[in-house]
Design a binder for this molecule. Structure first.
Ligand code: FEO
Length: 391
């Protein structure tokens, strides 16, 4: 247990080893499952719990706590709710405070009884005696049921996944802003990018509160929260950057030559470009690029009459993340035929993009292919300029 203020304590767990979340999302720096205790003069609230794997350690950290009146469950996902049943066994007087949607989810996920819950509406408050928690519904950070809470007297926002970052650290507060910025952006890209319009509305709601500290449920606490709120405002903004995300895969080097030529051609035209070799890339890095990119170009060789499966995986990911890119193209090499472009085009119905003429070549790229790639670079540079994409 670590003291944050006279009435607020951190009681979470550090998971130094975890390298994958949801069996999908890379966690190069591990993570934390933050939980907080807030003591009022009359009542005590526990804000979230930890992943079940850390429940024993978590309960041990609560050993000196004599009573918990409320368990505030901001988000039903198991990395935060996993220890709720054990907490209730230990503190049977506690009620779980949730949104209506979270109640349903927790009953399904944790088999908790209906009478264990207190449902709060958007803007409701609970008094702990000289301390007040106000609940703000913030859907889709990261599931539809999510809310945050604001400790009125201390001006602390407990934000759960919102503003979170997957970094295992023994430091309670942000010490390396650059590192946390990258981790928070990766986190935003992987789970919140598809919902950025709703998240922008959630940001607007937070503007009504005087926030001196943000205590998320992953990563370190922001004792100077201005910069992370500014970063979120940029990430949710509608206007992408003058940047091309170029995920690709190559089997024998032909598509790679095309990718390198296009990358160089874009750079000569002052268009930023980020290459991601899907055979080796950290998919989280690609997701981060998709937060900013004005265009996506997918480099996909043809294999077994269709796109290489790694390119199909990238197309599926981009479709799921619904990035703000406005233009898209496909480049790649083939041996004797296939339907690579048609199959990939059918995999991205969620992307609201103008499709620029694909560039395909048989075998190694020749002069006409390189000229077509120069033409694609010209088109992208012109489109970005006309669209007002910034740096
Ligand atoms: Fe950290 Fe969506 O759970």
């Amino acid at each position: 247990m670590k003291k944050i203020t006279d009435s607020v304590y951190s009681v979470g767990a550090v998971d130094w080893d975890r390298r994958l979340f949801d069996s999908l999302i890379p966690l190069p720096d591990g993570t934390t499952y933050n939980a907080y205790l807030v003591h009022g003069s009359e009542k005590t609230a526990l804000l979230d719990t930890v992943d079940l794997a850390f429940a024993d350690m978590f309960l041990a950290s609560l050993e000196e706590v004599s009573r918990i009146d409320y368990v505030i469950s901001h988000h039903a996902e198991q990395d935060h709710s996993g220890a709720i049943p054990l907490v209730l066994s230990r503190f049977p007087e506690a009620k779980i405070v949730v949104t209506a949607k979270a109640k349903g989810l927790l009953m399904d996920l944790m088999r908790l009884p209906e009478d264990a819950f207190i449902v709060v509406a958007d803007g409701d408050s609970i008094s702990l005696g000289e301390k007040t928690l106000t609940f703000i519904h913030t859907p889709w950070v990261h599931w539809p049921e999510t809310m945050v809470s604001y400790l009125v007297e201390d001006k602390i926002l407990f934000s759960c996944d919102f503003f979170g970052s997957h970094i295992a650290s023994s430091d309670l507060f942000v010490t390396d802003q650059c590192r946390v910025h990258e981790a928070a952006k990766r986190y935003f890209a992987e789970i919140m990018l598809p919902f950025r319009i709703i998240i922008a509305k959630n940001m607007d709601k937070l503007a009504d509160y005087d926030i001196h500290m943000i205590a998320p449920s992953h990563g370190q606490i922001y004792d100077q929260p201005g910069w992370i709120m500014d970063s979120y405002a940029e990430w949710v903004s509608a206007l992408p950057k003058n940047l091309v995300a170029l995920p690709f895969v190559s089997m024998h080097g032909s598509t790679r030559r095309m990718v390198d030529h296009l990358g160089s051609a874009l750079s000569k035209r002052d268009v930023g470009v980020e290459l991601f070799n899907l055979a080796v890339t950290d998919i989280g890095k690609l997701a981060m690029s998709l937060v900013d990119a004005g265009s996506i170009v997918l480099g996909a060789p043809t294999v077994l009459a269709g796109p290489h499966p790694l390119a199909a995986h990238a197309a599926f990911l981009a479709n799921a993340l619904r990035p703000k890119a406005r233009f898209l193209s496909i480049i790649g090499s083939y041996g004797w035929g296939g339907k690579t472009v048609e199959i990939l085009a059918g995999m991205i119905p969620n992307l609201k993009v103008e499709v620029l003429e694909p560039v395909l070549c048989k075998g190694l790229p020749k002069k006409d292919t390189l000229a077509a790639l120069d033409g694609l670079a010209d088109s992208i540079a012109t489109k970005h300029r006309e669209s007002g994409f910034g740096i």
